[in-house]
Design a binder for this molecule. Structure first.
Ligand SMILES: [Zn+2]
Length: 418
């Protein structure tokens, strides 16, 4: 697919401004050189890079609204883990379809996922057209090594992969060194939940001590890029340490607030030089996968807890939502730049939430502080047109709604779902 974006406005992260210019999609990539033929054209509007969802469990959409009013410990033990024991490829496929559609509708073009049954999610993601990055979940129990095998198999299928030790309370120092060794040998990044709740903080300090990050350093964990999800309870000392490492924190504000896990301090992370990405987490603890809403929650929370209305500019927020995690993982996406993968969102700048704008520069503020998914007009992922004039391409939403609802009824059990 070759597309011309003529005289459009797009972000220039280096100069922290919107610039106006013409660029193209030539096949899968962005170019500033006009291709031989053009299949479609957009002009005089706002185009941004697609959003990078920094932390998700897309197959959990099936559990939306279950266990709404409990903390993380009870939520996992009493609701999620018993339900997950009943999942299979079929459930995961349809749940992932629902999630991928919800993500792409809000402009997300990549999601970094940690779960199980990844091949079913891969199939759904391919159908919808969104890019998954898989980190098969490792939980220390007999047969945990299978997650490493799945990582290799997914890579062989052409998917982007990393290694996913679930958390320090589910993966102990008995096996973590082997997991890290596997990541290093294969040049994979690591994706792990860390310091999500106060009880996890107490557990880690008790088992590994307050210098737990040094213990992780001793086993070589920071020798590959690392994505830590949540990081709500990092101390300032932790953040200064992490500021010297190749780390990005995936901040999941809505999940953290819904589970009453605490409030992440983006301002302190930033002051320590720790890059921040934004993630939705799973729909079971969010409870939606609207990336635009997540981005706005993240910046409002940063302003609220820091007491500084200028703590982040709208352009800083957009950068965290697009290029920050991609750059950390060495991926050529998240920026409108020559040769980068064509992951693009075309905005409906005449939608009610995008007006008025005296100057096109206002659009960046509107995207961050005002827009909803209804302002996303078109989405391209690696040059493939996946949302066209606010409709999914090649996917029938009513079929997905019906199939997902059928499966939700099938797992319904009075004592689990109240
Ligand atoms: Zn998570």
């Amino acid at each position: 697919m070759n597309v011309c974006f003529r005289n459009v406005w797009y972000p220039d992260y280096e100069n922290k401004t919107l610039v106006r210019g013409t660029f193209y999609v030539d096949g899968q990539r962005i170019t500033f050189k006009e291709p031989e033929h053009i299949d479609a054209m957009f002009a005089d509007t706002l185009v941004t890079p697609g959003f990078f969802n920094g932390h998700s469990h897309v197959a959990m959409s099936l559990f939306r609204g279950i266990g709404d009013d409990v903390d993380l410990d009870r939520w996992l033990n009493e609701y999620i883990w018993p339900l997950e024991a009943r999942l299979n490829d079929d459930y995961v496929y349809w749940s992932s379809m629902l999630a991928c559609m919800e993500l792409v509708r809000s402009g997300a073009t990549t999601f970094l996922d940690m779960y199980f049954w990844e091949k079913a999610t891969l199939e759904a993601a391919e159908k919808v057209g969104i890019r998954p990055i898989f980190t098969p979940g490792i939980i220390e129990r007999p047969g945990w090594e299978k997650a490493l095998q799945r990582t290799e198999e997914l890579k062989d299928l052409g998917a982007l992969v990393g290694v996913g030790p679930h958390a320090l309370y589910t993966v102990s120092m008995n096996i973590l060194p082997d997991v890290v060794k596997f990541a290093k040998e294969n040049d994979f990044f690591i994706h792990m939940h860390l310091m999500e709740t106060a009880s996890e903080e107490a557990y880690i300090h008790n088992v590994l001590g307050e210098e737990y990050l040094h213990r992780l350093e001793d086993i070589g964990l920071f020798e590959v890029p690392v994505v830590f999800a949540h990081g709500v309870h990092f101390s300032e000392k932790d953040l200064s340490f992490l500021g010297t490492k190749n780390v990005v924190v995936a901040h999941c504000p809505q999940s953290n607030m819904k589970l009453s896990s605490g409030l992440f301090r983006w301002d302190l992370a930033r002051d320590s030089g720790v890059p921040v990405a934004i993630g939705t987490d799973g729909a079971a603890s969010n409870n939606n996968l609207d990336y635009i809403e997540e981005m706005r929650t993240a910046v409002l929370l940063a302003r609220g807890v820091s007491g500084k209305p200028d703590v982040l500019s709208p352009m800083d927020v957009l950068e965290a939502a697009t290029s920050v995690p991609a750059r950390r993982l060495g991926l050529e996406l998240g920026e409108i730049r020559d040769g980068y993968l064509a992951d693009l969102v075309v905005w409906d700048v005449e939608d009610l939430c995008m007006v008025p704008a005296d100057d096109p520069q206002d659009w960046i503020s509107h995207v961050v502080y005002s827009a909803g998914a209804q302002a996303v007009s078109d989405v391209f992922v690696q040059g493939r047109w996946v949302v066209r004039n606010k409709s999914f391409v090649g996917v029938n939403p009513s079929e997905v709604v019906e199939e997902v609802s059928k499966r939700r009824r099938a797992i319904r059990k009075e004592d689990l779902i109240r």
